[in-house]
Write a protein of this length. Sequence first.
Length: 102
Amino acid sequence: MCKVTGRTEGISHPRHAERALWVDAVDGVALGVELELAARDAGAHAELEVPGPNGAWRADVLATDSAGDWKAALEAQLASITGADIAVRTEKMRRRHLDLGQ
């Protein structure tokens, strides 16, 4: 039963949709934190939500080695995405001088 409306059928109130979006956002942040921890466990320096030059892009996690020889943008993607969309994002970061180590 919805605590707001008292109704029992389906999504009966806009708050339910807002809650679903909030849960998705929290899951995305949790995945980003897991990526950050995994990068650190592998010996890299890792930061969450790193903006690119002039805000051209934002890496969910930016991992770098201690010598500064490489950088890797780690993306936390829970929603479906096509290979073409991933290629566009990768090229955008590459054009903005982020070597993805590929």
